[in-house]
Structure formats: C-alpha cells, structure tokens
Design a protein around this ligand. Sequence first.
Ligand code: HEM
Length: 356
Amino acid sequence: MSTTEIVIADSLSDTLETGPGARWWPNPLKELKARRAVNDQLRALNPETDFHQIAKLVVGRVFADAFFNDALFTVAYWRQIAIRTIAPVLHQSGRGKTYETTKRVDDTLLFFGFLYRDGWQTRRAGATIDRLAAMHERFKIPPDDFRYTLSGLCFEPVRIPEILGCQVLNEREARALFLFWREVGRRWGVDVPEEQAAFRAWMEHYEDTVYERTPEGPQLATAMGDDFCKRFFPGPLKGLGYTVLRCCADDHLLDTVGQPRPSRVSRRIVGLLVRAFAAFRRWVPASSAPQLLRQWNREYGTALDPMIVGPDWAKKIAPEHRRQAKAGQCPFAAAKATLQGAESDSQSHTPGAPSP
Ligand code: HEM
C-alpha cells in the first residue's frame, strides 16, 4: 500500500469513527488480518516525513487500548501536578475541573484524539488548537509550563517503559511522536527546541529545578489515580490499580505528588507484564480502525466536535477568541503574549480561575 493509499483509507475510517453506526467485524479472521496489516502500514512510513501518520497509527490502532492510554495520561498528569506553578492552576481553589475527574479525563483525551486525527496543518486542526489556546488564556500560565506539558506528550510514552525496564515504542515511533507534538506545539505558539535530545534534556533539567510538593499536589494526584482505578480496577482492585500507576513513575515524581513508592518486586512484575502485553500488541494491534475518540465519548454522542468538547465554562470559547500570536509568528513572542494575556485577565479574575 502506498503512503497516499494509506492516507485515503485512513481518513475514510476516521470519518466512520465519528459517524453513527460503529464499525462491526463479523469475521474474526478478516479482522485479525486487517489488524496485522497495520504493522505493514507502519513499516512503510518514514518518521521524518510521515510522523503524523505514524503517531496516529501507533496511538489509535496498535496501542489503542483505553487502559494503556489512560494509565499513560494519569502518570503524565501527575508530572504536571509535580510542577510548583502548575498544581495551583489545576486546583483553582478546589474548583478545578480535575475534581470532575471523569469528564476532565474524557475531554482531554478527546482533544488529544482530535489532534492525532487532524494533525496541526489543516484548517480544522488549526481551529482546534486555537480554541484550546483560547481556553488556556483564561489562566496565568508561564511559557515554560506550556513547554513542559508538551514535553510530556513527546516523551512520557518512552520514559514510562524505561522506568519499567522495557521498550514499547521503537526509535522511529518515538521520533515520530516527538516531531508530531513539536509541530502541534509550534502551531499553538509554544517554543519547542528543534532537536529531540535537547528537548528531553530540557525537560529533565526543568523537573530537577521546579518539582515541588505543593499543598494541592497530593489531592490532585489522588483524584486522578481514583478515576483511573474506578475505570479499570474497581472496588477491591483499587490497590492493584494504584500499584500499576506508581510503578510507571519514578521516585522523584512519587515523592513530589505524595504517592508511596512501590516495591522493587512490584516494579519488576509490572514491567514484565507491560513487556508481554506490548509484544502481544506488536503481533496483534488493538484495532484495525482508528480508536482515537470513541472510547472517551460518553457525553457528546454523534455531535462530537472539538468546538463543543470541554468544561461548561469553555462552551462559548471559539478559536477566534484567541488573542495571542498564531503559527508562523516568533514562538518567543507568542509565549510572551500568552503570559501578558493571562496577566491582563488576572486583573479581572482570580488568578487561575475561569471566567464565569
Ligand atoms: C501545550 C501544552 C498543553 C496542552 C496540549 C494542554 C491540553 C489541554 C486540554 C486538551 C484541555 C481540555 C480539557 C477539558 O476540556 O477539560 C486542557 C484544559 C486545561 N488545561 Fe491544559 N494543556 C497544556 C498546558 C497546560 C498547562 C501548562 C496548564 C497549567 C499550568 C494547563 C491547565 C489547564 C487547565 C486549568 C484546563 C481547564 C480544565 C481544568 O480546569 O482542569 N494546561 N488542557
């Protein structure tokens, strides 16, 4: 299959994902063959040029399991909570949407699904990014924190397996994820380093400098952990769910967000399980059709649209409400504008509080 054919087939099935009448495969053998074909599609792509396609196939098909993606997101969110300037913004005097956790997680993963589906280069993608940026302008967020959040999207899928002593993504896929989120970030106006290694080094240095246990951190981390367990480790299995999450985090992170460290044996066992599951997914990808949106769509039905998704206070926020710089402008200027916009906002609102 040529790259063009893959793109056409892909956008057709993307349309199916959001449309009514979910895909149904009556023939398991046909389905198995279709899933295995995803591996061939991946091999045919070049990470330097086809990084959007690779990111979409890896996240939306090979490792499309909701369990995998939610665990990754929860640990990545813990990393946000560990940053001393991010935790208070997410907490918002106890009114933060993190505490409406299920909706917050679903909505965020839907937005990520839209971005993986649409990329950054089309009008539709640009509108999603502008709307997200406009939503964030309501908060006082330093440019480095935007860069840090983005670094998690680039590197957490690589770092978690490293912590567990295994490898899930190969180098081509890790490269594709970096390039994909770098471009999304730049379209947003975030200053992202050109080089993958330089960005990862920056991320680690930032963590060494600004990780701090805040009063809000442990409460936020528990809200996220509880939501993950409620979905995948309900009732008496909750402890097991937390062990899985803690094994995916390093000690520095756990200490900062007030989570106990798991034993070395737990880490080893979880590492072996993840390794085995990842190997199985390489053999049989999770889905032959995109699964970027469906599993997080409890609320929107067939009206699923990036212009509607989000917390209630953001319902009226549209892409054109964005005040600051857009793609093509100097990223430093954009970052500065973000800060200035937030500062002017904070004159009329409590810092970190959404507008009514
Ligand atoms: C470029 C990096 C970032 C991306 C891709 C991103 C992504 C998102 C997404 C997809 C949502 C929508 C969630 C929903 O609809 O409920 C969201 C909401 C939000 N984000 Fe971000 N974000 C980024 C950076 C940050 C940073 C650095 C902070 C905090 C300092 C932050 C704070 C918030 C807040 C407060 C909300 C509103 C929902 C709430 O109250 O929890 N974001 N973000």
